[in-house]
Design a protein around this ligand. Structure first.
Ligand SMILES: *Cc1c(COP(=O)(O)O)cnc(C)c1O
Length: 607
C-alpha cells in the first residue's frame, strides 16, 4: 500500500457544527476554509452539513474542483488573483478578499464588460504584515473603489496570525470594527460583512473578548484539525482531533547501529545531520518521504515509534520499542500538523481516502463488552474492565453497534450458547465476511425444533448456518467453509451426518491429541481467515477439562486452552468473541479460569 491519508468526514462535520453553533450565538456566520485539503469536495460537503454559510478557498483550481462536483453554496476567494486571471474571479466566485487597487480596478473593468457586479471584502492590515491596506490609506482607497462601477464593497476584513504571528485581540479587532463604522459613515454605505479573521480569532470569541460588530469568520484549521494549533494553551474540548491521519507501510525493518558508519558529509538536502549513539536499534523504513509530507510535523500514532528523519521517499523510524511490535508489511500511522496536512493533500503520491467515523486511532486497542444480565455480575466480580485496561485496551461503549470503529473487538458474555448467536449476528451485521472458531465440547448442530420454537442451545450452529432453511441464518457473511469446530467430544448421529454433508471443519479431541493444539490452531485460524475480514471465537467452558466439572468429563487441558487463545491473539484476526455458561450457577473457579482464557485471546502473555 502506498501512503494514504484517511479523512474522517464525521469529525469534520461535527467540528464545523460546534463552531457554527458557537459563532451563531454571537451573530457570526462562518465560512469553512477547504484550502488545507485542496478544495476536496467531500470535505466541503461535510462542512456544509455542519452548517457553514459558504466555502472559502485560496486557489482557482480548488474552486473549480468544488464547482465541478456540484457545490453551489456561496464561494469566497481568499487571495487576490494575478491580474491575468481576474476574469476567472469574476466568473467563478461570489465574493473575494482584495487589498490592491490596481487589481480591484481590473476586476471592475471586466465585471462591467460582463455585465456583472463583483463583491469585494477590503482587507485591512492590522499589523500581521501579510495582505491588507494600511489603515491610513483605507479611506482614500475606499473612495476610489466607490467610483468603480463593476465592484461593490461588501465588507471589510483582516487576517492575523498568518505571517507576523500577531494574535487577534480586543484592541486590534476593535480597530477593525471602528474602521467599518467609519467607512459606513463617510461613504454612506452599509457593509454586509465585517470579517474578523481565521481560526485564530476563536479563542478570543470563547473568552468573550471578540468585539461586537464582527459578523464573519473564515475557519479552516479549527474545523479540519480540531484547533490543535489554534488552541495551543487551552484546547476547545468540543472539537475533535485526528480527522486526518497519514499511513504508510513498512518496507524494511532491521537491527542497525544508531550512528552512521564512514566519513560524514552532507545529506540529500544539504544538511549535516547529527546523530546520538544509542547502540543497535531496530529501525523501520516506511514508504513516505519529503515529497509527500513535511516530516517534522508528523507524530506517530503507533505506540513506541519515533521518527528519525527522512529523504525524498524514505521515512526512517525507530521501532525498537513499538508496542505491539512491527514487522515488514505492517502499517504505521501518523498525526499531522497543519503543514504536514497541506503537503500530503498536495502530494500526488498520497492517496486521499475520505471515510466516515473511522477507527478512533489505528493501533489503539479497543474492546466493547456486551454482557447479558445474568453474566454481568460475574464479569464485574472478575474486574474484567480493569484487566483489559491493564493490557492497554480502551473499554468503549458503542453508540452505533452496526458501525464499530476498525480495530475494535467485541466480547459478548451470556448464560448459555444462545449468546453465540447474538454475538455472531452482531458481528455479521458489521462486516461482509466472517469466519468462526467454535471451541466447545458439542457441535450445536441439532435440527431446530420448529419455526416458532425458541432456539435450543443444541441448535445454535444450525441456526447460524441456516441448516433448517430459516431466514435468519447469517449467510452470506458466514459460510460453512470458514467455520471450524475445535475440541469436539460428543456428536449425535444426526450431527455427525450434518458435519459430513456441510463443509464445516472439525478438530476432535482425538485430532488435538494427535497433532497437538499448536498445529490444530494454525489450521483452524487459516480456515476461519481465508477470504474473510476476520473471525469470531465462540468459547464454552465445557470444552476445557477442569477439576470442577464432573470427573472424567475430558476435554482440552487448561494449558491447551491458553495455547489456543494465544494463537488466536497472535493472528490478530479476531473481531469478536463470546463466552457462554457465564451465570451465577457457574463454579467460581471455572469463572475465574474462563476470564483468564479471554485475557489470553485478547493478547495477555505470561511474560
Ligand atoms: C487560510 C486563510 C484562512 C483560514 O485560516 P485557518 O487558520 O485555517 O482558519 C482565513 N483567511 C485567509 C485570508 C486565509 O488565507
Amino acid at each position: 500500500m502506498g501512503p494514504q491519508v484517511a479523512i474522517d468526514l464525521g469529525r469534520i462535520e461535527r467540528n464545523a457544527r460546534r463552531i457554527v453553533e458557537r459563532c451563531a450565538q454571537s451573530g457570526i456566520k462562518v465560512f469553512g476554509v477547504t484550502k488545507g485539503t485542496c478544495g476536496m469536495p467531500q470535505v466541503a460537503r461535510a462542512m456544509l452539513r455542519g452548517g457553514v454559510a459558504g466555502i472559502a478557498e485560496s486557489r482557482f483550481e480548488n474552486i473549480r474542483r468544488l464547482h465541478e462536483s456540484g457545490i453551489d453554496c456561496p464561494i469566497m476567494l481568499l487571495r487576490s488573483p494575478p491580474i491575468s486571471r481576474v476574469e476567472e474571479v469574476v466568473r467563478t466566485v461570489d465574493i473575494s478578499l482584495q487589498s490592491e487597487l490596481a487589481i480591484i480596478g481590473e476586476i471592475s473593468r471586466i465585471a462591467e464588460r460582463l455585465g456583472r457586479i463583483h463583491d469585494v471584502i477590503v482587507m485591512v492590515d492590522l499589523g500581521d504584515l501579510r495582505e491588507g491596506i494600511w489603515p491610513n490609506d483605507l479611506l482614500p482607497t475606499v473612495e476610489k473603489i466607490l467610483e468603480m462601477k463593476g465592484v461593490r464593497i461588501a465588507g471589510i476584513g483582516t487576517n492575523l496570525t498568518c505571517f507576523g504571528a500577531i494574535v487577534p485581540t480586543k484592541e486590534n479587532l476593535g480597530q477593525l470594527v471602528a474602521h467599518a463604522y467609519k467607512i459606513e459613515r463617510l461613504a454612506g454605505i452599509t457593509l454586509d460583512w465585517v470579517s474578523g479573521g481565521n481560526s485564530s480569532s476563536l479563542p478570543l470569541l470563547l473568552d468573550g473578548g471578540l468585539p461586537a460588530g464582527i459578523n464573519n469568520l473564515r475557519v479552516g484549521e479549527a474545523i479540519l484539525q480540531g484547533g490543535i494549533e489554534t488552541f495551543r494553551d487551552e484546547p476547545w474540548p468540543g472539537l475533535e482531533y485526528d480527522a486526518f491521519r497519514l499511513a504508510g507501510e513498512l518496507i524494511e525493518v532491521k537491527l542497525k547501529p544508531s550512528m552512521p558508519i564512514g566519513e560524514s558529509g552532507f545529506d540529500a538536502f544539504g544538511n549535516r545531520p547529527l546523530f546520538v549513539d544509542e547502540g543497535d536499534r531496530l529501525r523501520g523504513i516506511a514508504n513516505i518521504g519529503r515529497e509527500d509530507v513535511i516530516v517534522e510535523s508528523l507524530t506517530p500514532i503507533n505506540k513506541g515509534v519515533r521518527v528519525l528523519g527522512a529523504s525524498s521517499d524514505h521515512l526512517v523510524l525507530d521501532v525498537t520499542e513499538a508496542d505491539p511490535p512491527l514487522a515488514v508489511g505492517d502499517r504505521v500511522s501518523f498525526r499531522m500538523g497543519y503543514g504536514a496536512l497541506l503537503t500530503t493533500m498536495t502530494s500526488e503520491y498520497v492517496e486521499k481516502a475520505p471515510m466516515h467515523d473511522i477507527a478512533d486511532i489505528p493501533g489503539r486497542k479497543m474492546v466493547s463488552i456486551i454482557a447479558e444480565p445474568q453474566s454481568a455480575p460475574i464479569l464485574a466480580r472478575h474486574d474484567i474492565g480493569s484487566r483489559f485496561e491493564a493490557m492497554d485496551y480502551d473499554v468503549v461503549e458503542l453508540a452505533d453497534a452496526s458501525r464499530p470503529p476498525a480495530g475494535l473487538i467485541r466480547l459478548h458474555s451470556g448464560k448459555d450458547r444462545r449468546a453465540a448467536y447474538q454475538a455472531l449476528a452482531a458481528a455479521a451485521r458489521s462486516t461482509h465476511s466472517l469466519g468462526l472458531i467454535w471451541i466447545d465440547s458439542i457441535a450445536a448442530l441439532m435440527p431446530e425444533a420448529g419455526e416458532d420454537e425458541e432456539m435450543a442451545e443444541t441448535s445454535v450452529l444450525s441456526r447460524v448456518l441456516g441448516l433448517g432453511g430459516r431466514q435468519d441464518a447469517l449467510q452470506p457473511q458466514l459460510s460453512p467453509e470458514n467455520v471450524v469446530l475445535v475440541g469436539l467430544r460428543e456428536a449425535h448421529p444426526t450431527e455427525a451426518k450434518i458435519l459430513k454433508e456441510t463443509r464445516v471443519s472439525v478438530f476432535t479431541m482425538a485430532e488435538i491429541d494427535g497433532s497437538g493444539m499448536r498445529d490444530v490452531m494454525r489450521e483452524a485460524i487459516r480456515i476461519a481467515s481465508s477470504g474473510t475480514s476476520g473471525f469470531h471465537v465462540s468459547y464454552s467452558p465445557t470444552a476445557t477439562e477442569m477439576p470442577e466439572w464432573a470427573p472424567g468429563a475430558g476435554g482440552i487441558t487448561v494449558r491447551e486452552t491458553h495455547q489456543a487463545m494465544e494463537a488466536i491473539a497472535l493472528s490478530g484476526r479476531m473481531v469478536s468473541m463470546d463466552i457462554s455458561s457465564v451465570a451465577a450457577e457457574l463454579d467460581p473457579r471455572i469463572g475465574h479460569e474462563t476470564v483468564n482464557f479471554v485475557m489470553s485471546a485478547f493478547g495477555k502473555r505470561i511474560l
